[in-house]
Write a protein that binds this ligand. Structure first.
Ligand SMILES: Cc1cc2nc3c(=O)[nH]c(=O)nc-3n(C[C@H](O)[C@H](O)[C@H](O)COP(=O)(O)OP(=O)(O)OC[C@H]3O[C@@H](n4cnc5c(N)ncnc54)[C@H](O)[C@@H]3O)c2cc1C
Length: 331
């Protein structure tokens, strides 16, 4: 599910051809843009303003920035990109595709925004993130990012010692349960129609994890609207303050089909295929962050964006030199 943050100040879209367009202005996209802007590349970030962690109060597990609100990290990131001449444009990319190359044979791409504007770029970095696909249990989505959590490293400490329920979505939930058991002694595993083999049941029993096989019908709130538990299909209510859900993750690929990137099945969802530094099999297009690495947290996403930005800069330097050689003519 995507939550839109408050709209921030948008730059004008650049005229002519820019060195790079970055699609997505989360940690990955902004760090890629920062590296490019600091390399004196003209770079435009186009961002629709719904980063994955928008519902969270703070980013955790990120050295030196632990406890900082996600919106504050992104605000600083946009400011830093702009400080070096990069632009950050609020907008939704609805189409992106290769265009005719330059006279010297350098690559070109056109990127179209939902409001009808277009931009041409020499290279593209896709950093559109992913969406978490929550099970369709009434009342669950309302608590996402607060009392319904997915990541023991992001909000595990904050829910330590609480009565936690793992709402299983598949095999990934088994390992998930052991990670949350590290955080609380009071853990219940709701199989919710998924398989749980005998070995795992024995291992759960050894760690004091209660298993309930009756499906979950809905999430129950207390009178203040806080999560109070789940109602099972047989009507029984099991009190819980927190639910952990290993929600399948789907890369945000909508509008990017024209780039021809390969989407692949990964153990925890679907994402764009990529090689070293986020290079793809489509010349001129890189990917970074959750759109290709579903389990990357903020630090890893930012690092991937920086690596991709540096690789793009290197490829542009080679293309610039090829063009200069071409212009110089035979020696
Ligand atoms: C509830 C929750 C809490 C989390 N807490 C933590 C935490 O405490 N610590 C931690 O390290 N990680 C945390 N994470 C993980 C974190 O959200 C990701 O690691 C991080 O957001 C990945 O960055 P990204 O740049 O790849 O994608 P995102 O941050 O999702 O950014 C992608 C951006 O691309 C934009 N976009 C998408 N499609 C388009 C398009 N077509 N056109 C234009 N723009 C587009 C989106 O609007 C968004 O702004 C949490 C995740 C969730 C769900």
């Amino acid at each position: 599910m995507a939550v839109t943050t408050s709209q921030y100040e948008s730059d004008e879209l650049a005229e002519g051809t820019v060195d790079a367009v970055v699609i997505g202005g989360g940690a990955a996209g902004l760090n890629g843009a920062l590296i490019l802007a600091r390399s004196r590349r003209s770079v435009v970030v186009i961002d629709s303003g719904s980063p994955r962690n928008a519902p969270a109060e703070a980013v955790h597990g990120l050295l030196a920035l632990d406890g900082t609100p996600p919106s504050e990290i992104l605000r600083r990131g946009r400011e830093q990109v702009r400080q070096y001449g990069g632009r950050v444009v609020h907008g939704q990319v609805v189409a992106a595709e290769p265009a005719a190359p330059s006279a010297e044979g350098d690559l070109r791409f056109t990127v179209a925004l939902a409001d009808g504007r277009n931009i041409t770029a020499r290279r593209v970095l896709v950093a559109t993130g992913l969406k978490d696909v929550l099970p369709e249990v009434p009342g669950l989505a309302e608590h996402w990012g607060h009392s319904v959590v997915h990541c023991p490293y992001c909000h595990g400490w904050e829910v330590r010692d609480e009565p936690i329920g793992v709402l299983a979505t598949g095999p990934a939930s088994i390992g998930h349960a052991f990670l949350f058991r590290q955080l609380t002694d009071d853990l219940t595993y709701f199989t919710h129609g998924t398989d749980l083999d005998e070995d795992s049941r024995a291992r759960f029993a050894a760690r004091g994890i209660r298993v309930i096989d009756t499906p979950v019908a809905e999430v129950v709130d207390d009178e203040d609207g806080a999560l109070a538990g789940v109602r099972l299909a047989d009507g029984q209510v099991v009190a819980r303050r927190v639910l952990a859900v290993a929600a399948p993750m789907q890369a945000r690929t909508q509008g990017l089909e024209g780039l021809g990137l390969t989407v692949q099945d990964l153990p925890k969802g679907r994402g764009f295929a990529s090689g070293p530094a986020g290079a793809t099999e489509v010349p001129g297009v890189w990917v970074a962050g959750n759109v290709t690495d579903l389990v990357a947290q903020v630090g890893a996403s930012a690092a991937a964006g920086a690596l991709a930005g540096a690789d793009i800069n290197m490829m542009l330097a080679i293309a610039d030199t090829d063009a200069a050689l071409h212009a110089a003519g035979p020696v």
